[in-house]
Design a binder for this molecule. Structure first.
Ligand SMILES: CC(C)(COP(=O)(O)OP(=O)(O)OC[C@H]1O[C@@H](n2cnc3c(N)ncnc32)[C@H](O)[C@@H]1OP(=O)(O)O)[C@@H](O)C(=O)NCCC(=O)NCCSC(=O)CC(=O)O
Length: 502
């Protein structure tokens, strides 16, 4: 292996055996280096540190942001891991054209993008004189970029919808270094599948950004990748992050309350006030029998679901029959049926709402940080299991969305403690990640078509990942991870149910 330290524009490569801890090389890279070394799937070629472009004057200055209560709500959750598969032609995906054209362009534009998003290049820290953690960038901070090559010949099945092992995607996303005192915010991995395509894996700390800003950063990287050789190009307004934290009003000091609650629920230490940045649950290895697959709702399927509900549910109350509600309710119903078991077992449906437009006054849509609140309800499996399971699930989701009108911060004091108090033995937790509104398939680096997006981390908290359909036809893709037996049940329930509505 070679480790590359790119500091202030100079590259300093060395063999791993020469590595010394005082080089301050981000530890996540080493962790992922060893993890990937044992993987049969990828060969690590290089680990580089990418710093914000020195062409941008701002990269020479320190920059820090205090965490808001929205960030603290999520800062103990595992990082968001996503992988994007790009299809190339045979001639553009040779090693030589990848190394001479694609890779340098991606690296350079990543550096340019980081200059606009400095906190992503920095670290999560908790200074001794600060009541709460901060995002801190200091000049020469940078992210770890791993360059790898996959020996797998199955680019098309890896980036397809079919059932495959969850473990097959894991080597395509890098890890983040997270300790008690410091945590990296972002790391990336570019993996070439020779003569097939390449993938970009991105791991982002949840303390820093939510789905909207994570996608906005990637779109900024892609935008800059398409600007030929311009020094320090500006970003268009819709991609320019808004950093002013004073717009978040927190008169109840939810920030400090959440910190206290996280500490009380997660500290294994005798000291419940210990200041630790460690995650709530360590990132565990993935059980080998866990498989993932993607299911598609076409626009026609969504129309059928809407018609079915309109013929079943009482129209006298307001029904929010959005694509999101219909597809979530249908997926949740199939998930509960696929698991089977006793009817009185507990089931929770939980999703997050983007609060930017829902606060009073609203925040700019480009507000940098997290701005999500979770909403959910627990019930019994039996309601989903009979013929009226789908209308029941729609009614439940509609009620939850109607509830947002009471104010997204209603009951906010309980949100962290609820994570722990609501967990009952045997709970089936159906949690939504991603969103069709993020329009993730419009990500275009100008380097080949985006073939597939995978939220690799969905299996870690039993989430289902939603995106808009990749062909822009108004459908929805749902990615999920289950054990093999449940996945087979789910697949037949999903397609048989839709077919029965023809
Ligand atoms: C609360 C909601 C889920 C409810 O969604 P709904 O679609 O039911 O309701 P809505 O009021 O937003 O939208 C009503 C209609 O307007 C359309 N609409 C509204 N806003 C839109 C937008 N910005 N872009 C495109 N369409 C939009 C919807 O598609 C829908 O039409 P139609 O009826 O045609 O559909 C959503 O509003 C929301 O906040 N979504 C964002 C969630 C989010 O950011 N998730 C990422 C989490 S981070 C993450 O996932 C990372 C991780 O943790 O792993």
């Amino acid at each position: 292996f070679r480790v590359d330290c790119a500091k202030a524009g100079t590259h300093n490569s060395r063999n791993l055996s020469e590595f010394r801890s005082q080089d301050c090389f981000p530890l996540p890279s080493l962790a992922s280096l060893f993890a990937m070394a044992s993987s049969k799937m990828v060969k690590v070629l290089e680990i580089t540190r990418v710093t914000p472009s020195s062409d941008s004057p701002s990269s020479a200055n320190e920059f820090s942001l205090p965490l808001s209560f929205f960030d603290i709500f999520l800062f103990k959750f595992h990082p968001i891991e996503t992988v994007f598969f790009f299809q190339l032609t045979e001639s553009t995906s040779t090693r030589s054209s990848f190394n001479s054209e694609i890779l340098p362009t991606l690296k350079q534009s990543l550096s340019l993008a980081l200059a606009h998003y400095l906190p992503l290049a920095g670290y999560l820290k908790w200074p001794s004189d600060s009541p709460k953690p901060i995002l801190s960038y200091t000049p020469n901070d940078g992210i770890s970029l791993t360059v790898a090559e996959s020996e797998a010949q199955n680019f098309h099945s890896l980036s397809g919808n079919e059932i495959r092992k969850v473990n097959e995607l894991q080597p395509l996303v890098p890890q983040l270094m997270i300790s008690d005192d410091i945590a990296a915010i972002l790391s990336a991995q570019i993996t070439l599948f020779p003569n097939q395509g390449f993938s970009i894996g991105v791991t982002t700390h949840h303390a820093a950004v939510d789905g909207r800003i994570g996608v906005m950063f990637l779109k900024s990287w892609a935008y800059l990748c398409k600007q030929d050789n311009k020094a320090n190009p500006p970003l268009p307004p819709e991609l320019t992050p808004f950093f002013d934290r004073s717009v978040i009003e927190d008169p109840a000091r939810l920030d400090l309350l959440y910190l206290k609650q996280w500490s009380a629920f997660t500290s294994s230490d005798s000291d419940p006030n210990k200041r630790s940045l460690k995650l709530w649950q360590e990132v565990r290895s993935t059980p080998d029998d866990l498989v993932r697959a993607t299911f598609e709702f076409t626009r026609k399927d969504i129309k059928k679901l809407r018609e079915k509900i309109l013929s079943k549910l009482d129209n006298s109350k307001p029904l929010h029959l959005s694509t999101f509600v219909l597809t979530l309710a249908y997926t949740a119903t199939c998930l509960v049926k696929a698991k089977g078991g006793e009817g009185d077992r507990p089931v929770s449906i939980v999703f997050v709402a983007d609060c930017r437009t829902r606060l009073d006054p609203p925040l700019p849509i480009t507000y940098f940080g997290n701005c999500l609140m979770s909403f959910g309800r627990s019930t019994n499996a039996t309601h989903f299991m009979n013929e009226d399971g789908f209308p029941f699930a729609v009614d439940l989701c509609c009620d939850l969305i109607e509830g947002l009108k009471d104010g997204v911060l209603e009951g906010a004091e309980e949100k962290v403690s609820h994570i722990f108090t609501s967990k009952k033995p045997g709970l089936q937790f159906i949690n939504v990640g991603g969103s069709p509104q993020l329009l993730i398939y419009s990500l275009d680096f100008g380097l080949g078509k985006l073939k597939k997006v995978e939220f690799v981390s969905v299996h870690r908290d039993e989430a289902i990942a939603m995106t808009e359909s990749r062909d822009g036809s108004g459908g929805v893709e749902v990615g999920l991870a289950l054990n093999k037996h449940e996945m087979e049940n789910f697949a037949s329930l999903f397609s048989d149910g839709l077919r029965s509505m023809d």
